[in-house]
Write a new protein. Structure first.
Length: 281
């Protein structure tokens, strides 16, 4: 009999393309992934991957087994979702995936309210930039800044937030507008409304720092490196930051609450979904 856990690790490798990426997705180390894949190969007496110095590549047999295994995996996850949805109790662990800024500033400080209301519910809060898969139960609920298109997901817009242009008070006092420097996301975020808004404001003035991490931007802004486009829920509550007036129309992002269709009626999931709506209200 095939060990399901071995197959699960192999499918993660096939999907992600590298040991390190598969390990991150599974929450284990890369040695565990490699060991599980080797165990699967031994159990079915087939070579599934070519082990190269810097990468793993699927063999023809590996590609075939991955395609069949993906169907098995989807069925297994569907069984898990059905079992979770059938439980009437307001207890158990509910995992939430959200952008780090929303998780840290808008959700985590209010978790005590949820604990008082539903003491049997345990929360796993995952602040991450990547899009967690609700079909594979990487999360039960997710907050995203755009509406998903994957089948099987239910999406509801629960709020929005504006961006403002911020600098350190001393920087704004001592620096004339023509000499402003700017802090932006890296090129991977060039298509986002907030990046385009900041670029238009900067014009020909220098962008002196690019980073894909919002907290890095905020820290550099506090230190007087330059001006950054930050969510107002972050900037307006930080006395080390001051909002700078601009003649540009403010830009905003929608916040969508996502749940898999199979779980939308599960009492614990519904309770946490209501809590998340309160956090964004």
């Amino acid at each position: 009999m095939i060990d399901w856990s071995d197959l699960h690790h192999f499918l993660a490798l096939a999907r992600e393309g590298s040991l390190s990426a598969a390990a991150r997705g599974l929450g284990v180390d890369h040695v565990t992934v490699a060991r599980r894949v080797a165990a699967l190969e031994a159990s079915i007496s087939l070579k599934l991957v070519d082990r190269r110095p810097r990468s793993y590549a699927l063999t023809e047999d590996g590609q075939r087994i991955a395609a069949i295994g993906a169907q098995m995996e989807e069925t297994a996850f569907a069984v898990e979702r059905a079992a979770r949805a059938a439980k009437p109790e307001l207890d158990g662990e509910i995992s939430i995936s959200a952008p780090p800024s929303l998780a840290n500033i808008l959700i985590a400080p209010k978790l005590m309210q949820l604990r008082r209301r539903y003491p049997g519910i345990l929360i796993k809060l995952i602040g991450e930039k990547r899009t967690a898969s609700l079909s594979r139960r990487e999360a039960d609920l997710a907050l995203r800044l755009s509406r998903p298109t994957q089948p099987g997901l239910i999406a509801r817009k629960i709020g929005h937030f504006e961006f403002g242009l911020y600098g350190a008070p001393s920087y704004l006092k001592e620096t004339p507008p023509y000499a402003f420097a700017f802090i932006a996301y890296d090129a991977s975020m060039d298509d986002t409304p907030q990046q385009q808004w900041l670029t238009e404001i900067a014009g020909t003035r220098q962008i002196v720092l690019r980073t894909n991490d919002l907290e890095n931007q905020a820290a550099a802004t506090r230190a007087g490196v330059g001006l950054a486009a930050l969510p107002r829920f972050l900037g307006d509550t930080d006395r080390r930051l001051e909002r700078c007036d601009t003649d540009r129309k403010p830009v905003s992002r929608e916040v969508w609450l996502i749940v898999h269709n199979d779980l939308r009626r599960a009492p614990a999931v519904r309770a946490v979904a209501g809590f998340l709506e309160d956090c964004l209200r």
